[in-house]
Ligand binder design. Structure first.
Ligand SMILES: [Cu+2]
Length: 138
């Protein structure tokens, strides 16, 4: 008579709590700055000459604004110059800023806007990607 020794091996599942704290708020700001910086014009010094402050060009190297992101202080006067080969507008969406430049023309516009970020477009070519961002600071 062998005593059946029931070696009851109790397997306790080691409930290990793996803290999956992947609180990775990886904010990767996709800077759509584009790589094709139009460096022509401006005295041909070779290399990129920054535009004068508070100046935006229309049509430099295509249907685009240069720079596409403008940061100005509230109340400044922005100079908008059409260096392209056709008419363009500088239209700040949702505001009363809407100027039209024939090719070669230049106008100034007072940025009397509250601090914030505003999209701006060329009304003629917005669907061809001619647009940018205006940041007004206080
Ligand atoms: Cu245009």
């Amino acid at each position: 008579m062998g005593a059946a020794l029931a070696a009851g091996l109790v397997v306790t599942a080691c409930a290990k709590s793996t803290p999956t704290s992947s609180g990775a708020s990886s904010s990767s700001p996709t800077d759509s700055g584009g790589g094709t910086r139009y460096g022509g014009g401006y005295g041909g010094g070779g290399g990129i000459t920054p535009l004068p402050a508070n100046t935006v060009q229309q049509g430099a190297g295509g249907l685009r604004f240069d720079p596409a992101k403008i940061t100005v202080k509230q109340g400044v006067t922005l100079t908008v110059t059409n260096v392209g080969t056709t008419d363009h507008t500088f239209t700040v969406v949702g505001t009363n800023i809407d100027i039209v430049n024939a090719k070669g023309a230049s106008q100034t516009v007072a940025i009397d806007l509250k601090p914030g970020t505003y999209p701006f477009i060329c009304r003629f070519h917005v669907n061809l990607g001619m647009k940018g961002t205006l940041v007004v600071t206080s």
